[in-house]
Design a protein around this ligand. Structure first.
Ligand code: IVH
Length: 726
C-alpha cells in the first residue's frame, strides 16, 4: 500500500542512480569491492530517506524507490554476509532522526497564515477585517512584504543574549536548534536595548547563488544534493553537528515576534524598524499600504521582481499595521485574523497520465490518484497527483457544473500538473489534441479494490466509500496509521511503515489500536519474539516497547482525534474534549445522545462548532457495537487524562454565553472571538445550560427566556468590564 498521498509523490532518487554503473548492476555479478561500495551508498541513501520521511520534512523518494533500495541492500547482504555494515539499514526501523534535538514548547504558538490566490480573496480579507472591527475599510493600513520560502525560526533573547532557537515544529512544540542558529551570520548573538525577554521570529533561507554553490560542492564530494533552496536550508539547519550548519550559507529575515516582556512598538512597521535597529535583516521590499488595491499593486510589483530576487519567495504577506487592532482581531485556531498570504500562482508542467490507482482511506473513501510520468514542477519531481473523486475525473464539480470545459480525464492523456504551495500536486487541465485514439472514459470502481465490499455513494456525498468497515484491511491499516501519526499518539519507532508490517504479521499482529498496547505482553508470551524479526534487535524491540509505554498516558483530546472518526479533526477533538473534560462523562453523553430526541443530543448540538454532521458521526462511532468494543478495549489499556479548560483563570472560562440584541462597542464576531479566547462557549440559543446572557438594546425572546430560566443577564458595558484587562 502506498503512503499517505501528501507524503508520497516526490521523488529524487531515480536520477541520482541513473548514470552510476554499479548502482544498476545485477547483485549476482558484483565484485566484493563493488558490493562494499554499494552497501555504503545504499546505507547513505536509505538513512537519508528515513530521515527525510520520519522528521516530517518532505520525503525525498517515492515508496517504490525506497522499497527498491531496501530490497537491493538485503540482496547484497544475503550474498555477502561478511560485508554487512554496523549501521546497516536492514537493522533499523525508520530512524528517528530528530532524536538528537530536544523539544521546545513555544511560549506563544508559532502560527501559519491563511492563503489567498485571487485578487478577490484579498478584497474579501480587507472587508472581513474592517467588518470584524466595525471600522471603515479606508481607515485600515497594512504592511505588505515578501513571503520568504524558507523555514521559520524563533529566537529567544533574555537580557539581550540569544538563549534559545527553535524550529516551528507543529506550531506548539519545535526543536531546539540553538547551537546551529548561533552559526548563522545574520542572527545577532546580542541585542542592545531590547526588552528583557524578546522572541524574534523570522525565516531561515538560502540564496540562489549559495544554493547552487552548495550543490556543486556536495556533488564534487559525492554528498547529498538538494532539490531546492528551501530543502537545502531545512536540511542545513537541522544538522545534529553544528559544524555542518556553520559550513552552510544560511541567512535570516526577521518579520515577527513571540513572547515579549514589554511592548516595543505600536505598529507592525515600527516593530520591523526596531528589529532592524537591533541588527536583524528585515526585508527591504516591505511597504505600508492602504486598502486592497494598494496591496494588490505592491503584490504585482514584487511579482515582477521575483525573478531577479536573490532568494525564493512564494507570495506576499499582508498584516494589519496597528498592533492594537491585531490584538483585537486575534486568532482562529491556527492562523491570525489580521494577516493573509497572497500566494503566487503555482508552477505548471505537462506530463502523461500513465494510470489511475484507487487508495482506500481510513473512513473508507475511495480516492483516485493519478500515476504520472515523473516531471519537475517547482523544483520537485512529481509522479502522482490527486484526482479528488469520480466527478472530478468525469469533468464535473461537486454541484454537477462543468470543470475544464467538461473534459473528462482518461488514462493516456497529456495533463497539466501544478503544486500549490507545498501541498499535494493537482491536475489543472488536459490536452485533448494529444489524447491517444484508443483512450476510454475511466470507469470508477463500485467495489472496494482492497476488500471487494460494495463501494457506495451516499446522496450529497462527492465521495464513494467502501462499506466494509472494520473488515476492510485498507481502512483498518489507514486508521492505525492515523492513530500513531504525529498529532495523535505519535509513538517513536511506530510509523506508517511499521504499522503495515505489524498488520500483516501473523505472530504479533497489530490489527486495532488496543493491540499496540498489548504488544509487549504478547511478545513475552510468544515464542517468536520481536527482537528476532527482520529489522529488529534486542535493543530496538526494547526501545519500541518503551516508546509505547510512554504513550499509555494520553490526553482526552489527543485520544479522540486519534480514533479517526469522520468529521472529527484535531480542532473538533479539542473542542469536544474541552467541553466534556472527562472521558467517562463523554462516553455517557455519546450513549445518551443516540436518541435524537434526548437532551444529550440537544446538548451535543449546542456546543459551538459542533454541527449535525459531526454530532451524528460521533454518536454513530460509539453506537456501532464492534467499533465501540474496539474503543473500549483500547480505553482499558490507557490512562486518559482529563482535558484542560482553556484559560482557566478567566471569569468566563468553561461558561456558556449567549449574545443577543445590538452590541455597540464591538461587533458580534469580535465579542464571540473574545469570549472563546477566554475559554467560554458561545451558543446561539438560551437554555438551562446557559450561564450568562449578554443583552444589548433590542434583545427580545432570548432575554425573556433567560429571565424565565433565571439565567444571569448583563448588558454590553457589564460584559466589557467583566473582560477588561484580560
Ligand atoms: S508572518 C502569525 N511573514 O510563512 C503569523 N510569515 O504560511 C506569522 N513566512 O510559518 C507569520 N515569510 O514560515 C510571516 N514575511 C513573512 C513570512 C512568513 C515567510 C512563512 C512562515 C510561516 C509561513 C505561513
Amino acid at each position: 500500500m502506498a503512503r499517505a498521498l501528501g507524503a508520497g509523490p516526490v521523488a529524487r532518487g531515480e536520477s541520482e542512480l541513473a548514470d552510476d554503473a554499479v548502482a544498476s548492476r545485477d547483485v549476482a555479478v558484483l565484485s566484493e569491492a563493488q558490493a562494499r561500495a554499494e552497501l555504503e551508498r545504499l546505507a547513505g541513501l536509505i538513512n537519508a530517506a528515513n530521515k527525510a520521511y520520519h522528521a516530517d520534512d518532505d520525503p525525498e523518494i517515492s515508496d517504490a524507490e525506497y522499497d527498491r533500495l531496501k530490497h537491493r541492500n538485503a540482496e547484497i547482504e544475503a550474498r555477502f554476509p561478511a560485508l554487512k555494515r554496523a549501521d546497516s539499514p536492514s537493522e533499523q526501523v525508520g530512524a528517528a532522526p530528530t532524536e538528537g534535538f530536544a523539544k521546545v514548547r513555544h511560549a506563544v504558538p508559532m502560527l501559519s497564515l491563511a492563503n489567498g490566490f485571487e485578487d478577490e480573496d484579498i478584497e474579501e480579507f480587507t472587508q472581513r477585517v474592517a467588518k470584524f472591527l466595525g471600522l471603515s475599510e479606508d481607515a485600515l493600513a497594512y504592511t505588505a512584504e515578501p513571503k520568504i520560502d524558507g523555514l521559520s525560526l524563533s529566537l529567544r533573547y533574555e537580557s539581550g543574549r540569544l538563549v534559545q532557537a527553535a524550529t516551528r515544529g507543529d506550531g506548539a512544540e519545535g526543536e531546539n536548534v540553538t547551537a546551529n542558529a548561533r552559526t548563522i551570520e545574520s542572527i545577532p548573538a546580542r541585542l542592545e536595548g531590547a526588552p528583557d525577554v524578546l522572541e524574534v521570529r523570522g525565516e531561515v533561507y538560502m540564496s540562489h547563488d549559495d544554493f547552487a554553490a552548495l550543490n556543486a560542492r556536495q556533488e564534487e564530494r559525492g554528498g547529498k544534493t538538494f532539490a531546492n533552496p528551501r530543502n537545502a536550508a531545512a536540511g542545513s539547519l537541522r544538522q545534529l553537528d553544528s559544524k555542518v550548519t556553520a559550513s552552510r550559507p544560511l541567512a535570516f529575515f526577521a518579520y515577527a515576534w513571540g513572547e515579549v516582556s514589554e511592548p516595543f512598538a505600536q505598529t507592525q512597521m515600527a516593530a520591523i524598524e526596531r528589529l532592524s535597529g537591533w541588527g536583524f535583516s528585515t526585508n527591504p521590499l516591505t511597504r505600508l499600504c492602504k486598502g486592497a488595491q494598494e496591496l494588490i499593486a505592491h503584490y504585482r510589483e514584487i511579482e515582477a521582481q521575483r525573478g531577479e530576487l536573490a532568494y525564493d519567495i512564494d507570495g506576499v504577506v499582508y498584516k494589519v499595521n496597528d498592533l492594537a487592532l491585531q490584538a483585537r482581531l486575534g486568532f482562529r485556531s491556527t492562523t491570525p485574523r489580521w494577516a493573509i498570504a497572497h500566494k503566487f500562482p503555482a508552477e505548471l508542467a505537462w506530463t502523461r497520465l500513465e494510470g489511475i490507482d484507487i487508495q482506500v482511506g481510513r473512513t473508507g473513501a475511495l480516492s483516485p490518484v493519478a500515476r504520472l510520468t515523473p516531471v519537475t514542477v517547482g523544483g520537485v519531481v512529481v509522479s502522482n497527483a490527486t484526482l479528488h473523486n469520480e466527478d472530478y475525473i468525469a469533468g464535473r464539480d461537486n454541484k454537477g457544473a462543468e470543470i475544464r470545459g467538461g473534459k473528462d480525464i482518461r488514462i493516456g492523456d497529456m495533463v497539466q500538473v501544478y503544486r500549490a504551495g507545498d501541498v499535494i500536486p493537482k491536475i489543472a487541465d488536459l490536452d485533448l489534441s494529444k489524447r491517444p485514439g484508443d483512450a476510454e472514459p475511466y470507469i470508477f470502481p463500485d467495489k472496494c479494490p482492497e476488500c471487494g465490499s460494495a463501494a457506495i455513494r451516499e446522496e450529497g456525498d462527492a465521495v464513494r466509500r467502501c462499506t466494509g468497515g472494520l473488515i476492510c484491511p485498507a481502512q483498518a491499516v489507514e486508521k492505525l496509521k492515523h492513530f500513531v501519526s504525529r498529532k495523535a499518539f505519535d509513538i517513536d519507532g511506530l510509523g506508517a511503515r511499521q504499522i503495515e508490517m505489524f498488520y500483516n504479521d501473523d505472530q504479533l499482529p497489530i490489527r486495532e489500536p488496543a493491540d499496540i498496547f498489548t504488544l509487549q505482553r504478547r511478545d513475552a508470551e510468544n515464542l517468536s519474539k520481536l527482537k528476532n524479526r527482520e529489522g529488529y534487535g534486542a535493543r530496538s524491540a526494547e526501545k519500541l516497547f518503551e516508546a509505547i509505554e510512554e504513550k499509555r498516558r494520553i490526553g482526552f483530546a489527543r485520544l479522540l482525534f486519534a480514533l479517526g472518526i469522520r468529521h472529527v479533526g484535531e480542532q473538533a477533538a479539542k473542542l469536544i474534549a474541552g467541553y466534556f473534560l472527562g472521558w467517562d462523562a463523554f462516553i455517557a453523553a455519546m450513549e445518551a445522545a443516540q436518541d435524537e430526541d434526548s437532551a444529550a443530543w440537544a446538548e451535543l448540538l449546542s456546543i459551538d462548532g459542533v454541527g449535525e454532521v459531526m454530532a451524528r458521526s460521533l454518536v454513530t462511532a460509539f453506537a456501532q457495537p464492534e467499533e465501540r468494543a474496539s474503543i473500549d478495549r483500547l480505553a482499558a489499556e490507557l490512562t486518559i487524562e482529563d482535558a484542560e479548560q482553556a484559560a482557566a483563570d478567566s471569569p468566563v472560562s468553561g461558561k456558556t454565553l449567549v449574545f443577543t440584541g445590538t452590541l455597540e462597542k464591538m461587533t458580534r464576531a469580535e465579542a464571540k472571538a473574545r469570549a472563546e479566547a477566554l475559554g467560554a462557549k458561545v451558543s446561539g440559543s438560551v437554555s438551562a445550560k446557559t450561564d450568562l446572557l449578554i443583552a444589548g438594546p433590542g434583545a427580545g425572546s432570548k432575554a425573556k427566556k433567560a429571565a424565565e430560566l433565571g439565567v444571569e443577564t448583563i448588558d454590553e458595558d457589564g460584559w466589557l468590564s467583566l473582560i477588561e484587562g484580560l
